[in-house]
Design a protein around this ligand. Structure first.
Ligand code: ADP
Ligand code: ZN
Ligand code: ZN
Length: 749
């Protein structure tokens, strides 16, 4: 690394992280200093020798060089974890575009004063018969929370307190009440040590199936042979992926290493968390977005001190400071929640790959519907791929019916429920089985399609659906193409061309009209606003307190409802027409997952997919649960239209209070990018600039947003364009406008 000056921070776990000091790099150290390296520097008036971390190396002095102090030397025996995390931050800065401080704040735990969490455990004091009586009493009195806790305690004797108040959703008052009755005992801190193991209730380790066994063996063989890499575990839900993770984790712990397991927040359910507590006791900890800064810091300290072997959590759990990281897992690796929505807009998958390299660890990705990115890399041989094809819990894959809504319209059925779906719903109600109805709201902002022939109004240049605007125009949010709203379908001449208006609330109302006696629960952004309401609705449904659950994509994720035998997807088109290049992929994933909800138990399941485009390949292949065929068609589309993963896309979003200002700034930046591209014709790969155009959400809190995209096959080239824009912004400082960078955006900006 070249550069004469180093920006150094001296206190890394501090709120005042944003105070780097610049030092001169002495001749003898030049080329040996890079971000992450721990150095000794003279500090303050007395020039006391202290440790500092290099966060940036540069050729530009920030003040007079005569007054600048010099680095004294490299620190001996420096703290490995911090170095790696700072290295990672430097990589993220470069790779995704942000300031170094933003990147550091993302990876480093910020110290805040916290009261150390008291570890508590809840233990059953009743014998089994008494507990069953108490349980029956609670059920009779409709004390569902208490009943729930008793039921769980009957299974495992004791539970961590925070698991009960958190994931199991039992209020502290109910716990207190049960304690007063003498039913349970709350044990604190010192007593709490690995409750599950000590009680001898270790979850019996499953004998792995041949398929599972082979995966574990192969990965360990690589690992023990010193080979590191990324593995893709492609297996349908219920095929035993989590069991494979657990086996690998215990093997890696035996080798004195630690593991990080990323799971989308929404899938971190009570059952999942408990499974890990049971297997790994208090050597495992769970990170939640609900934890405060202080609590997170506490967790990080425990990890650093070696009190933990495994951390489970969403995206940010990746930055747990383990000294000896051996394996990183990303479950449901296709999930969009793995991409950060604030700068640096990092993707956990790529970042985990980098982190694994820094630690000499391996990365394991798991999914039933892998992202195109991962599958393509596996095909190219960059990742090693394993498949798990069978469900281990029995239960066969559901029967899937695709209903053509155009046909329904022709037959005069204008309701949101097809005749087939109505019939099957009625059947479930009669048999006392449960149903889930699913309405994806993405794209609700207004795509226009024909209800008679299924035609969707699309951009002729970008092949994504157009969005309707208040002024009646239809706009493409990649390139800015616009056209007037049509009154009749350009394809078939029908006048039934319109936006799709139904929301979950209307569906619920219509459902009540149709089945007045059915118990209905609704889950969407409106009903899950308050804390815990999400878990509350799910547990009510799991307890069979309702017949039908209506919801948005929230309801399709990893929950096991054995009594659900029917899943209805009301309008598959809504996600197909979300106006960006990932709409088919997302639809395929959603349909596959939704279908996977039906027939988890012993009773066979049925799935109804309602759509205006039954011939669309995403729908056809999802109905057959045929990932490979979907992949083959989708990757052709990406290649042809130059979208990721074949091409890379770099999005630049300019925002301003002034409408013209946002557009003008986007124009200037696009101009600078264009000039840079022209000057550097030698750069490999062609570069295409698309836009600027008003952003998909053109105005947020009175701030106007304008966006443009740059496409290129070579990611490195896009990084150089980003660097060029950063230089431009340094030379032309912004006033009130802001700029955001996003590489390979998952959603429209
Ligand atoms: P996935 O993570 O792929 O959804 P899980 O690991 O959660 O799959 O396994 C699904 C179900 O099958 C779980 O109830 C689990 O306990 C069970 N299971 C997993 N592996 C085995 C096995 N080897 N033998 C018996 N049951 C298993
Ligand atoms: Zn039409
Ligand atoms: Zn377009």
């Amino acid at each position: 690394m070249k550069g004469k000056y180093a920006n150094i921070i001296i206190e890394i776990a501090h709120e005042k992280l944003d105070r780097p000091f610049q030092y001169r790099i002495p001749e003898r150290l030049q080329g040996k200093i890079s971000p992450g390296i721990c150095v000794i520097i003279p500090f303050g008036n007395g020039n006391k020798q202290i440790r500092g971390y290099v966060i940036e190396v540069t050729d530009t002095p920030e003040f007079e060089t005569e007054r600048m102090k010099e680095i004294a030397g490299r620190a001996e025996g420096s703290l490995a974890v911090e170095e790696k995390l700072i290295c990672l931050a430097a990589w993220m800065r470069e790779h995704y575009g942000s300031t170094m401080i933003q990147a550091l704040k993302t990876v480093l735990p910020v110290r805040k004063k916290v009261r150390s969490l008291e570890k508590k455990e809840i233990r059953l004091r009743l014998n089994e018969d008494e507990a069953r009586q108490a349980y029956a009493e609670c059920v009779r009195k409709s004390r569902t929370a208490r009943a729930r806790l008793l039921e769980e305690l009957l299974k495992c004797g004791s539970l961590p307190y925070e698991l009960v108040t958190g994931k199991l959703n039992v209020a502290a008052a109910s716990i207190k009440g049960m304690e007063d009755m003498g039913w349970i005992q709350i044990l604190s801190d010192r007593v709490y040590r690995n409750p599950f193991r000590k009680e001898g209730t270790v979850s019996e380790r499953k004998t792995l199936s041949e398929g599972q066994e082979r995966i574990v063996r192969e990965i360990l063989k690589d690992y023990d042979g010193g080979k590191r890499g990324t593995y893709l575990l492609h297996g349908i839900t219920g095929s035993g992926k989590t069991e494979v993770y657990m086996e690998l984790i215990s093997e890696i712990i035996n080798r004195g290493k630690q593991a990080i397991l990323l799971i989308p927040e929404i899938a971190l359910t009570y059952q999942t968390v408990l499974r890990f507590y049971r297997r790994f006791g208090d050597r495992v900890s769970v990170m939640n977005s609900t934890l405060s800064q202080g609590e997170k810091y506490d967790q990080c300290e425990r990890a650093k001190k070696g009190e933990l072997d495994v951390i489970i959590g969403p995206r940010s759990a990746l930055f747990t400071p383990f000294e000896n990281l051996g394996l990183i897992f990303i479950d449901e690796e296709h999930e969009s929640s793995y991409k950060s929505e604030v700068m640096p807009r990092y993707h956990a998958r790529e970042t985990a790959e980098k982190l694994a390299k820094l630690h000499n660890a391996s990365l394991i990705l798991g999914s039933a519907t892998p992202s195109l990115e991962s599958y393509e890399r596996a095909k190219r041989g960059e990742y090693r791929k394993f498949e798990l094809k069978e469900r281990l819990t029995g239960g066969c894959l559901p029967a899937v019916y695709t209903v053509d809504l155009r046909e329904e319209l022709r037959q005069g059925n204008r309701s949101v429920f097809s005749l087939k779906l109505q019939e099957l719903l009625k059947e479930r109600l009669q048999r006392g089985e449960q149903s889930m109805l699913f309405l994806n709201r993405r794209g609700y902002a207004g795509f226009i399609s024909c209800r008679a022939c299924g035609h969707v109004m699309k951009c002729p240049h970008c092949d994504v659906s157009l969005s309707e605007h208040k002024n009646g125009k239809l706009i493409c949010h990649y390139c800015g193409y616009g056209t007037n709203r049509v009154k009749i379908c350009p394809e078939c001449g029908s006048k039934y061309i319109s936006g799709f208006r139904a929301g979950t609330q209307q569906v619920e109302e219509k459902l009540k009209e149709l089945f007045p006696r059915a118990g209905i629960l609704r889950m969407d952004a409106d009903t899950t606003r308050s804390k815990d309401s999400y878990e509350r609705i799910l547990s009510a449904f799991a307890n069979q307190e309702a017949d039908i659950l209506v919801g948005t994509q929230m309801i399709v994720k990893g929950h096991d409802f054995p009594n659900v035998t029917l899943v209805g997807i009301l309008a598959a088109d809504m996600s197909l027409a979300s106006g960006d290049y990932r709409s088919a992929e997302r639809t395929f994933q959603l349909l596959t997952q939704a279908a996977g909800r039906a027939g988890r138990g012993v009773k066979p399941g049925e799935v109804v997919i309602q759509t205006y485009q039954p011939e669309h390949y995403a729908i056809v292949h999802a109905a057959r649960q045929d990932y490979r065929s979907f992949y083959e068609e989708e990757i052709l589309y990406r290649e042809m239209m130059q979208y990721p993963p074949v091409y890379h896309m770099f999005a630049v979003l300019a925002a301003s209070r002034d409408e013209a200002g946002a557009g003008a700034l986007a124009d200037r930046l696009a101009g600078a990018a264009d000039a840079f591209a022209k000057e550097n014709q030698k750069m490999p790969g062609t570069i295409r600039i698309i836009g600027p155009a008003p952003a998909w959400i053109g105005k947020v809190n009175d701030i106007y947003r304008s966006v443009f995209y740059i496409k290129c096959k070579d990611y490195e080239v896009l990084i150089r364009i980003k660097d060029c824009l950063e230089r431009y912004l340094k030379e032309n400082p912004l006033r009130e406008e802001t700029v955001q960078f996003d590489f390979d955006p998952l959603n429209q900006l």
